[in-house]
Design a binder for this molecule. Structure first.
Ligand code: CTP
Length: 382
């Protein structure tokens, strides 16, 4: 996939390098086109280094406006200033980027960034309406504190969200109409009001699966234990603490679900003699633990269960344990990995176990692994 990233002259241009890094990381080719004003905020050299290609600055390099746009799957302008939006709304073509937008035969996405009063101004409102009518996609802006110190609408959407939204829009919609329910992250079992039993799960794998499903057009409910991650754009996030709360959230959302993916590292036990007050230091503390409900098994045992996928994080005998979980949990697929190779990391090495056999995937980023898991699910539910 190839996109043209247009950068115009606003302070949010400092986020453009991050945006390029995110695209390149997922294998998308990026051609950068900057307006003259944009070069005041971020240097072409930085963007050239990150995109691995020369940056286009001038419309006097030949028929660039036609050549470039013919090779692209999409044009994204981020940040798009009020002035640039006005130009696009009115069909101006007085520099390379605006000429490209006018001469394009691919979708155009604009991520506006400007002071809140510029955003609210009647002229901008008119331009935005016109842009929408012309079928141009708008990403954001968001509400928040602005570079000028004021608060309101006009902040550019964060690069992470722009990247995942673009990828969603441009990917083949192989999961359109499918509804996914995904559990992710650790659970926390209270010992007293300030202490919990938990584990080292970061939630990354579950969130990547949610993002991959959204990109393919699926509807996603993400039931998540506490993590530091932001919810993938478009997912319905239900935040929970304990395993019991996770089970309740899952059961509340299970109606009409086609695929259930249990990625959460659910605590196996909860504390029965949990204290209502903060425990004081003592010679010896005995905690009485009782097993938690098995969420995956509860779902797979429903009368009309969805397609169920479980995860098995093991420290030994991966194949034996994963196969046993495939049987015991009555699921269609188990994704197995060696826990010490995966916890908290951005990459992972997994094997996919099904009734038909095992598919070993090479070590890859959790994002790539999520895509491959989605492919395997797709083959079995279509
Ligand atoms: N799981 C669940 N509810 C639980 C425990 C596990 O839904 N109470 C799900 C996990 O989300 C994962 C799969 O079951 O998809 C396997 O989790 P794991 O912790 O590896 O399995 P356990 O059944 O807890 O077995 P053990 O800890 O003995 O290996």
């Amino acid at each position: 996939m190839k996109i043209i990233l247009g950068i115009t002259g606003g302070i949010a241009a400092y986020k453009a390098p991050e945006l390029i890094r995110l695209f390149v990381k997922t294998g998308i080719e990026v051609e950068v086109v900057m307006t003259d004003a944009a070069t005041r905020f971020v240097t072409p050299l930085t963007l050239q280094a990150l995109s691995g290609k020369p940056v286009h600055l001038s419309q006097w390099e030949g028929m660039m406006h036609i050549d470039l746009s013919r090779q692209a799957d999409a044009i994204l302008v981020a940040p798009a200033t009020a002035d640039f939006i006005a130009k696009v709304a009115n069909g101006h073509a007085d520099d390379l980027l605006s000429s490209l937008c006018l001469a394009r035969d691919c979708p155009l996405y604009l991520a506006p960034a400007m002071n809140r009063q510029m955003w609210e101004n009647a002229a901008t409102r008119r331009n935005i309406e016109r842009i929408r009518d012309d079928g141009i996609h708008l990403i954001g802006p968001e509400e928040g504190i602005q570079a000028c110190g004021e608060t309101g609408f006009g902040r550019m959407t964060e690069p992470d969200d722009i990247a995942s939204l673009m990828m969603s829009s441009l990917s083949a919609k192989t999961m359109l109409g499918k509804r996914f329910l995904i559990t992710a992250g650790p659970t926390q079992e209270p010992i007293d009001p300030v202490r919990v039993i938990t584990n080292l799960s970061s939630g990354k794998m579950g969130y990547e699966i949610a993002a991959a499903a959204l990109q393919r057009g699926a509807e996603v409910v993400l039931v998540s234990g506490p993590t530091c991650l932001s919810s993938p754009y478009g997912a319905k996030l239900v935040s929970v603490g304990t395993a019991q709360q996770m089970l309740e959230a899952v059961m509340e959302n299970i109606e009409g679900i086609d695929v259930f993916v249990g990625v959460a590292a659910v605590s196996d036990y909860h504390v029965v003699n949990r204290s209502g007050e903060k425990l004081k230091k003592q010679e010896r503390l005995l905690l009485e633990l009782e097993p938690n409900p098995d969420i995956l098994k509860t779902v797979s045992s429903l009368e009309n269960p969805p397609f169920c996928v479980g995860f098995a994080a093991e420290t030994e005998k991966l194949h034996e344990n994963a196969r046993a979980k495939l049987e015991n949990k009555k699921v269609q697929m188990i994704v197995g990995n060696l826990a010490r190779d995966a916890l908290g990391r951005d990459d992972n090495e997994v094997a996919i176990f099904t009734k038909e056999g095992v598919l070993k995937l090479p070590r890859a980023s959790k994002r790539d692994i999520a895509c491959q898991i989605l492919e395997e699910i797709g083959k079995r539910i279509s």
